[in-house]
Design a binder for this molecule. Structure first.
Ligand SMILES: *Cc1c(COP(=O)(O)O)cnc(C)c1O
Length: 466
């Protein structure tokens, strides 16, 4: 394809995307294909000769699209949202067209400087104090890995990268059992070992780490000759929105001089609404905070904002050059590849800039507030419906429930969930709460309406009765 053909196909692609979105409500949310169906429809060998664009496009529509689960469907209530506002899709189109590698300031000064600016916009938007500096990472998993590596280096007096971990005391990191699996992975990848991720028991309806138990675990580890390195707290855990008491965690961290990372990958978006900020009160004392505009806000994947109280610690951990000998940013030049594990960087700031400008914070707040109140309404309606039990109450727009029926409640609810997802009008996923299988609901799709959430009630109750 040359750029003249691109002109015509680019217009068709825009029409296709707008039509696709306009027709989403008529499609089943979760793909309804059998395993292997798509694979077996694809030729075994690659073509030797060039194929016509029309033929490729037809196969895309006929073979691949039936195997797509529609994450932008207004009735996608599974997992967490991965919203892509139209304006962010357009921005990605420009990013792809420019296709710049933005690893150093000089490899695209505008990309670096826009990143600095929009990260600071996001910092203000979510109410973090101006002592925090942001960077855009490819995912929250990467940001958490960066935080764990920083904890490790700081605890080892910056010798870990050089000398390795052998001969060192066991480095210990603390978190609750409600944190995302990206924390386990970060611990593995950083070479700390799963056994050194200490799980602190949780308590209360917020499923928060018990601060007393946290302090006791750290003291016991020190007495055993281990080396406590840091604490990972969460606001809005993946399973049911568990949220640590950040202020209580910070009291312990400060007394023990430990590095702290707060994972608010999903719930962080809600902090653009001041009324929700009490959920992470104390966050201003953390060293590192991550939230994903690519989840709820609508800046499509990948766009993770990672805020640091002292970016110098991260740069000292990750920069190949001994950057700590230089003054960062003093000459007006920041090289963001020194703030993340991969070298190459896409121009991710552009979609966040387009999004914030096109919707305004007020527009985004209205969306979040709607989702939260619709989810609360649905939870209240289900609770009032015979045979339903709310297992964990709404945390922002997320709650879990189950239907009481049959001898084996887990099997009954798994069966109900399967029938809901085979039906296709809505899409939900499951989790386990204190060992029991429950159904998760979250409202967060960019284009969801109150009617879409009301339909969830109809589908759930209709299929539970069937
Ligand atoms: C989604 C999520 C993650 C992982 O986010 P990625 O950007 O996909 O790596 C981590 N933590 C929490 C709490 C999440 O909700």
């Amino acid at each position: 394809m040359n750029w003249e053909d691109f002109r015509a196909w680019g217009r068709r692609a825009a029409d296709w995307a707008a039509d696709y979105h306009a027709g989403l409500r008529d499609r089943p949310v979760r793909a309804q294909v059998a395993p292997g169906a798509v694979l077996s429809a694809l030729p075994d060998a690659p073509p030797e000769g060039a194929e016509a664009m029309q033929a490729i496009f037809d196969d895309f529509e006929q073979t691949l699209m039936p195997g797509i689960t529609h994450w932008q469907h207004p009735r996608f209530f599974a997992y967490f949202p991965a919203n892509a506002a139209p304006v962010s899709v357009l921005a990605e189109y420009f990013v792809s067209a420019i296709a710049a590698q933005c690893m150093l300031w000089q490899t695209s000064p505008a990309a670096t400087e826009l990143e600095t600016r929009v990260c600071d916009w996001m910092r203000q938007a979510i109410g973090l104090p101006d002592g925090f500096t942001g960077v855009i990472q490819d995912s929250a998993s990467s940001a958490t890995l960066c935080a764990v590596l920083t904890m490790r280096e700081r605890a080892l007096d910056w010798q870990g990268n050089k000398a390795g971990l052998s001969g060192q005391p066991r480095l210990r990191v603390y978190c609750s059992a409600e944190v995302h699996t990206s924390v386990d992975r970060a611990i593995w990848v950083a070479g700390l070992g799963e056994e050194n991720l200490v799980r602190i028991p949780t308590q209360g309806t917020t499923r928060a780490m018990d601060a007393k138990a946290l302090r006791a675990a750290i003291e016991a580890d020190r007495a055993a000759g281990h080396l406590p390195a840091g604490i990972i707290a969460c606001t809005g855990g993946t399973s049911a929105g568990a949220s640590d008491d950040i202020a209580a965690v910070m009291d312990v961290a400060e007394a023990e001089a430990l590095y702290t990372h707060v994972d608010a990958a999903w719930a962080g978006s809600a902090m653009i609404c001041p009324e929700f900020r009490s959920l992470w009160a104390g966050v201003e004392r953390a060293d590192s905070v991550v939230m994903n505009p690519h989840k709820w806000l609508g800046a499509q994947f990948d766009c993770t904002t990672h805020f640091l109280r002292n970016p110098g610690d991260l740069v000292r951990t990750l920069a190949i050059q001994p950057e700590y000998l230089k003054t960062h940013g003093a000459d007006g030049v920041v090289n963001y590849s020194e703030w993340s594990v991969p070298l190459g960087r896409r121009f991710r700031a552009l979609k966040l800039w387009f999004l914030i400008r096109a919707h305004g914070l007020e527009g985004l707040r209205e969306m979040i507030r709607n989702h939260v109140s619709w989810a609360q309404d649905l939870a209240a309606r289900l609770e009032a419906t015979e045979g339903f039990e709310i297992v964990t109450p709404p945390m922002l727009s997320l709650f879990t429930f189950r239907h009481l029926g049959g001898d084996d409640l887990d099997a009954h609810n798994q069966d109900l969930l399967n029938r809901i997802n085979d039906d296709g009008r809505i899409y939900l996923t499951q989790t386990r709460i204190d060992g029991a299988l429950v159904i998760r609901f979250q409202a967060g799709a960019f284009t969801a309406t109150a009617e879409d959430v009301a339909m969830a009630h109809d589908v759930i109750t209709e299929l539970a009765e069937a």
